[in-house]
Design a protein around this ligand. Structure first.
Ligand code: HEC
Ligand code: HEC
Ligand code: HEC
Ligand code: HEC
Ligand code: HEC
Ligand code: HEC
Ligand code: HEC
Length: 353
């Protein structure tokens, strides 16, 4: 069942990428979008009823079609003041609804608080930042940082490199997803995820993957990664890695083993070798390209801005990893020590800028 679901999704995802316009697939959508795709069309009360056409077209829900979720749109709509029906997510997503209903978060947020039904995406088509923004809507980032820093050393780095759902759901199969970040040349501002428009300026044509995938074979080799790091990194661009689950669940909880540093730091060199680079697309989503195996282990040239202690091939860093394992939760003593040991690397990175 699960496998079937995933196959179906992959099929739909591929279908989405190849469908030139989805309006053709569901003609009804076009009728509705004639009004709802325009920003100037508002409700009588003055509220927005705008649906972003580019974002909607990029969703699987556009294949489902407006009227599958809003049936019984009256012939007098919108003039007659009747409100079209709204589907309940659970009608089509029963397994997710059942799982979520059992979680500790069920009474805290509804499906629509975390998902705009007109802009849904699979996690593999989103950036880690965008996924975390769902939580930040209600969970104040500074407060979360403060409460987690009580037990998590380098809490800021951790929170920036992990999805909240990594520690708060039973999501599985972790990979490293890197996104391209940029800042104005010469500035000391924080790096921000680079936009499609920004990257499009660096390439000719539509295929912005070419910023790193120089030969355009839809894969990133270690050589291409090195070339990117050599030219752009440290000047105004870098690759920021995040640990992301391939399979997302809605079993919200506080997981006991996430107190255990070894859950991530001692999984051995075999784990998390799979990595991707996420390139933004025009609709606000991301398309990812697989990176040749070994990038995460090749910290000096492959992913200089991301190294998972305890999982790399580098001996000094593995010793630190081993220390983390040994230290277990007695981190306060070790905290400053780790910083000292790892600061040098980060400083060298900055220095190149
Ligand atoms: C002629 C323009 C027009 C067309 C065509 C149109 N709509 Fe609307 N729609 C509106 C306006 C204006 C409103 C706001 C109504 C109000 O003032 O409450 C609205 C409101 C809605 C609402 C929200 C009602 C609520 O609960 O607040 C939904 C859902 C909706 N439309 C769905 C659709 C669907 C689905 C279609 C296509 C089958 C469609 N509309 C076609 C103009 C249009
Ligand atoms: C997968 C189901 C689904 C599809 C497909 C869908 N909608 Fe919706 N729509 C909803 C739900 C659920 C809500 C209520 C959202 C909420 O309560 O936050 C909604 C809300 C709306 C609203 C009210 C304003 C808003 O943004 O909340 C409008 C207008 C609307 N939809 C129009 C459309 C149109 C037009 C289409 C097709 C282009 C469409 N919807 C496709 C599920 C869907
Ligand atoms: C009429 C059926 C239907 C309804 C109602 C519906 N969905 Fe979906 N949804 C689908 C289908 C089909 C897919 C693609 C296959 C899958 O993931 O099961 C999908 C996919 C998704 C995805 C993954 C994005 C993707 O591209 O696959 C999310 C997130 C999602 N839906 C959320 C919601 C939420 C939230 C609601 C309630 C507002 C909702 N859906 C209501 C049919 C529906
Ligand atoms: C607290 C936030 C939150 C709530 C509430 C929530 N989701 Fe999600 N959901 C997420 C996140 C985060 C993801 C992963 C990113 C994405 O695809 O949007 C996700 C992913 C999904 C997916 C795609 C899963 C996949 O990878 O195949 C579906 C379908 C989905 N949600 C449906 C629902 C439905 C239905 C509900 C309500 C019963 C719901 N979600 C409630 C946060 C939430
Ligand atoms: C619509 C608002 C809303 C959104 C969005 C939301 N939450 Fe929550 N969440 C709450 C509220 C309210 C509470 C209870 C008060 C608190 O602990 O802050 C809560 C509590 C929690 C708790 C602690 C539960 C406990 O019993 O101690 C966790 C963990 C959590 N949320 C994780 C997440 C994650 C991860 C996301 C993003 C995927 C998310 N939340 C998105 C509203 C939200
Ligand atoms: C490295 C794993 C990890 C990450 C990443 C993480 N959490 Fe937590 N979180 C925990 C653990 C463990 C607890 C239990 C701490 C306690 O009971 O004091 C917790 C507690 C919480 C609580 C309840 C206590 C509080 O601080 O209010 C909330 C809410 C929460 N997390 C939300 C989030 C959100 C939102 C994010 C993403 C920004 C996030 N967490 C990222 C592991 C993590
Ligand atoms: C859910 C996974 C996860 C857990 C649990 C976790 N870490 Fe991390 N840790 C990471 C990631 C990801 C990074 C960031 C790697 C990067 O960006 O270079 C990191 C970075 C670090 C660093 C910083 C290395 C540097 O580059 O400066 C230290 C120190 C560290 N972790 C110690 C710990 C300790 C001690 C614990 C247990 C209290 C812990 N970690 C728990 C995933 C985790």
């Amino acid at each position: 069942m699960h496998a079937y679901n995933r196959m179906m999704r992959m099929f739909l995802a591929v279908f989405m990428l190849s469908a030139a316009t989805v309006y053709a697939a569901v003609p009804e959508n076009g009728k509705c979008m004639g009004c709802h795709g325009r920003k100037d069309v508002k409700s009588i009360a003055g509220n927005s009823v705008y649906i972003d056409p580019e974002k909607f077209t990029a969703t699987t829900h556009s294949i489902v079609g407006c009227t599958s979720c809003h049936d019984r749109v009256s012939s007098g709509h919108p003039g007659d003041g009747s409100a079209p029906a709204r589907a309940v997510c659970g009608d089509c997503h029963a397994p997710v609804s059942v799982e979520y209903a059992k979680s500790l978060h069920a009474s805290k947020a509804r499906c629509n608080d975390c998902h705009n039904p007109h802009e849904v995406r699979l996690p593999m088509f989103m950036s880690g930042d965008d996924i975390n923004k769902k939580c930040a809507k209600c969970h104040d980032a500074r407060k979360i940082l403060k409460s987690h820093a009580k037990w998590l050393p380098q809490a800021e780095l951790h929170i920036d490199s992990l999805l909240c759902i990594t520690c708060h759901t039973g999501s599985q199969d972790y990979v490293i997803t890197m996104s391209i970040e940029s800042r104005l040349p010469g500035s000391k501002d924080a790096f921000k995820t680079a936009t499609y428009e920004e990257l499009a300026k660096l390439t000719s044509g539509d295929n912005i993957g070419r910023v790193i995938d120089l030969n355009g074979d839809n894969k990133v080799s270690l050589e291409e990664l090195r070339a990117f790091n050599h030219h752009l990194r440290g000047k105004n661009m870098r690759l920021w890695g995040m640990m992301t689950p391939e399979v997302v669940t809605h079993s919200y909880q506080i997981l006991e083993n996430r107190w255990d540093c070894t859950f991530c730091h001692a999984s051995g060199p075999k784990a998390m070798q799979k990595s991707f680079i996420a390139f933004p697309d025009k609709s606000g989503g991301y398309k990812r390209l697989a990176v040749e195996k070994g990038a995460i282990l090749d910290i000096l040239y492959g992913t200089p801005d991301f190294y998972m202690l305890g999982t790399t091939r580098s001996t000094p860093l593995n010793i630190i990893g081993a220390l983390i394992v040994a230290a277990g939760l007695s981190f306060p003593v070790f905290h400053g020590f780790f910083r000292l040991l790892t600061r040098k690397n980060r400083k060298e990175d900055d220095h190149e800028a």
